[in-house]
Design a protein around this ligand. Structure first.
Ligand code: FES
Length: 315
């Protein structure tokens, strides 16, 4: 996996689409085209103080000249969205990575069922645009408190028509996972939104026979695990046999870098997948929200994951 290209892009437009959501359209100051992307992709925004935040691209993948994102102001968040809301204006320059897609549409699916919660609707805008244009079979369940707080609902209605199912809790329509039904051949399930909604969708899917490889979940914020007590462990490099000690208060990623091993990273919170590498043996304590269960036997995210006693890395 290689480090991602960082571009200086100009904020072309900044408009508030709900009281708490800012829609930004980013363009290159001189080039007419930006790197291509596919529905479900996100970019990293690098803020002036070094913080990195991921945002799904919600525009049209066929429109190569701009990246559209929507940022919800999280007052109880880590400060990145508040900075964006408070500071970014049309004409400003921002540092933006090339797109990466951790949440692609399943190419072999015959039907797509999507569940969006609040600002989690953003990747589905691009997906719905693509699926509608290609005549695919899809349904988008869109959960929000009210119409006023549902980002880009008008645009979604125009795109999806009757395939959009709004769930507005303030109007007494709280999302009912039973509508997702049982797993059917060819149908893939996607979810993006607050942790509670993702847990609800996962629990329903597990109980209704959906195979793991047909359930796709996008996570942008780590789930805090306050009870976790890190322990020291040893990391062996398969290529040289060298053994590195990882103290309780350091991440495996930090120790690898200290040893001079160039490791890419972005979020460093276990949600983006930039740092993921292979491993051969050892009991790994997976603490990321990115690697699918089926791949956890041989891949780990060294920014957050650790091992019991020792692990051999494919490095
Ligand atoms: S840097 Fe994002 S998962 Fe490790």
């Amino acid at each position: 996996m290689t480090a991602r290209m960082i571009m200086k892009l100009r904020v072309d437009t900044a408009r508030r689409v709900t009281p708490r959501v800012l829609h930004l359209s980013l363009v290159h100051p001189s080039r007419p085209e930006l790197p291509a992307w596919t529905p479900g992709a996100h970019v990293d925004l690098r803020l002036p103080d070094g913080r990195i935040r991921q945002y799904s691209l919600c525009g049209d993948p066929a429109e190569r000249g701009r990246y559209d994102i929507a940022v919800k102001r999280e007052d109880d968040g880590r400060g990145g969205s508040a900075w964006i809301h408070g500071n970014l204006r049309a004409g400003d320059i921002v540092h933006v990575s090339a797109p990466r897609n951790n949440f692609p549409l399943a190419e072999n699916a015959t039907r797509h069922v999507m569940v969006a919660g609040g600002i989690g609707v953003t990747p589905f805008l691009a997906m719905a645009r693509h699926l509608a244009a290609s005549g695919a079979d899809f349904t988008l369940h869109c959960c929000a408190r009210s119409e006023l707080e549902a980002p880009l609902l008008g645009e979604l209605r125009a795109l999806c028509g009757g395939r959009l199912v709004p769930w507005l809790s303030a109007e007494g329509r709280r999302f009912d996972p039973a509508v997702l039904g049982r797993s059917e051949p060819g149908t893939h399930l996607y979810a993006c939104g607050p942790q509670g909604l993702l847990d609800t969708v996962r629990a329903h899917a597990a109980g209704a026979g959906w195979a793991d490889d047909r359930v796709h979940v996008e996570v942008f914020r780590p789930t805090p695990d306050l009870s976790f007590k890190p322990e020291p462990f040893e990391a062996r490099l398969a290529s040289t046999g060298e053994v590195l000690h990882v103290p309780a208060d350091r991440s495996l990623l930090a120790v690898l870098r200290e040893r001079g091993i160039a490791m890419p990273s972005s979020c460093e919170t276990g949600v983006c997948g930039s740092c993921v590498c292979g491993y051969r043996d050892g009991i790994v304590i997976h603490r990321d929200a990115f690697i699918p269960v089926r791949d956890r036997q041989d891949r780990l995210a060294p920014c957050v994951s650790r091992a019991r006693v020792s692990v051999t890395l494919d490095l």
